[in-house]
Design a protein around this ligand. Structure first.
Ligand SMILES: [Ca+2]
Ligand SMILES: [Ca+2]
Length: 410
């Protein structure tokens, strides 16, 4: 039995525990109870933690490193992006610990070796391969159409897969791990001063982030995502998670801009900021909109989850609306069906004390909304047209005009 480094606690001054082996996993997944073997310093800081170069507490759980984001308010959303980033609003968050890096190929491989876990991709959902603009059913996280080092972020994993990893991690180390809420993610990325990118307001350069740069352009040619061919960030696809030292967030968190876009916990709702809770928001209870897919007939649950931070396939974020939401700006919001997998979509963990919504499992697996290629078939075109219609109406509503939605929201 392997011995692991000391674990953990929940918040400075709160409960803490030294957990040395696999054997301390008797609590159910997601448990917030960590026992009474408190292992803190006089100040309540967990033993084994350090102060990182940015001045924030950092602790290790096995191969995972977490940074403490102190409690307090920050300003979420932006005036320089798309309408779904509005309104700009203040949010108060309790302290939480967010992973310093995305989950790597090596870490996911360990999880699969121990559990035998099979991803949604491998169960038949396939993985979206951006360069080809197509779902591939013969590729998975082990080989997503290009070589990845073990220290690269794992990709071709769904939201369900990411939550399964979080459950396993929670059980194994007796902590309450999950995916970050949108608010937790955004605060960890941009801090409290409304900066556009984790490092500040200077546009991304070769030392800050991995995005669609000259290498991407040479490998795949121009596409609709505004490739910046003047910058060489060193990578046409994913990069090691600790590559961009100068791209760290104010808290010392890596890869919040680019490399892989991160799954967030929240159901995606373009208008959520209008009604978001002021403290510890966790997203809508359910995605409020059910969509009608005439081609399939009947109704399908909307299973879109929020994704944040942009990827190696995305624009630098210097542009605003023209980038279509696909950029590495820290306030950018995007979404993907929780069953789908992409070759530029990964995840990182968070540890907190916030109760989340009950896990939702659809009664029957809805149609795969993104089956097909970028140019067809018809179903995919219809899907994107439909989302655009929703968003256009929201803009008009916010502009002071009440527009009856043509969508049903039963
Ligand atoms: Ca790149
Ligand atoms: Ca990222």
């Amino acid at each position: 039995m392997a011995v692991h480094r000391i674990v953990l606690l929940f918040s400075r001054g709160l409960l803490c525990l030294a957990c040395l082996t696999y054997a301390c996993t008797s609590e159910p997944p997601g448990s917030r109870s960590v026992g009474s073997d408190v292992a803190t310093t006089q100040e309540g800081v967990p033993n084994g933690s350090i102060v990182n170069d940015s001045g924030y507490q950092e602790m290790s759980i096995d191969t995972h490193t977490f940074v403490e984001i102190p409690e307090g308010a920050f300003t979420m959303g932006s005036m320089h992006g798309e309408f779904k980033e509005l309104p700009v609003h203040d949010v108060f968050l309790d302290s939480y610990w967010i992973a310093k890096y995305p989950v790597t190929v090596a870490q996911f491989e360990s999880f699969v070796e121990v559990t035998g876990y099979v991803t949604d991709n491998e169960k038949g959902e396939g993985c979206w391969i951006e360069a080809n603009g197509i779902i591939r059913y013969d590729l998975d996280w082990r080989y997503p159409n290009f070589d990845q080092g073990l220290d690269h972020p794992v990709i071709c994993v769904s939201w369900n897969d990411a939550m399964a990893y979080a459950d396993w991690f929670s059980h194994r180390y007796n902590v309450g791990a999950s995916l970050p809420t949108e608010a937790q993610w955004e605060k960890a990325a941009r801090g409290t001063d409304q900066r556009k990118w984790p490092w500040g307001n200077e546009p991304p350069d070769r030392t800050r982030a991995n995005f669609a740069d000259r290498n991407y352009l040479m490998a795949f040619g121009p596409d609709q995502r505004n490739v910046d061919g003047t910058i060489d960030d060193g990578y046409p696809q994913t990069s090691p998670v600790d590559t961009y030292d100068r791209g760290q967030s104010p808290y010392g968190v890596f890869d919040m801009a680019g490399n892989t876009i991160d799954w967030n916990y929240d159901w995606y709702d373009a208008s959520y900021y209008v009604r978001s809770a002021a403290k510890n928001p966790i997203g809508p209870e359910r995605n409020p909109i059910r969509r009608k897919f005439e081609i399939e007939g009947g109704w399908s649950d909307n299973l879109q989850r929020s994704i944040r931070g942009g990827a190696w396939t995305d624009a630098s974020g210097v542009l605003s609306v023209e980038e279509g939401g696909h950029s590495v700006r820290s306030d950018m919001r995007e979404r993907t069906d929780q069953y789908s997998s992409d070759d530029h979509l990964g995840f990182r963990l968070v540890i907190d004390r916030i109760d989340r919504h009950p896990r939702y499992v659809p009664a029957s697996k809805p149609v795969n909304l993104e089956t097909g290629t970028r140019d067809g078939p018809k179903r995919l075109e219809y899907y994107f047209d439909y989302v655009s219609e929703i968003e256009r109406q929201l803009v008009m509503t916010w502009g002071g005009t009440t527009i009856p939605l043509s969508i049903r929201t039963d």
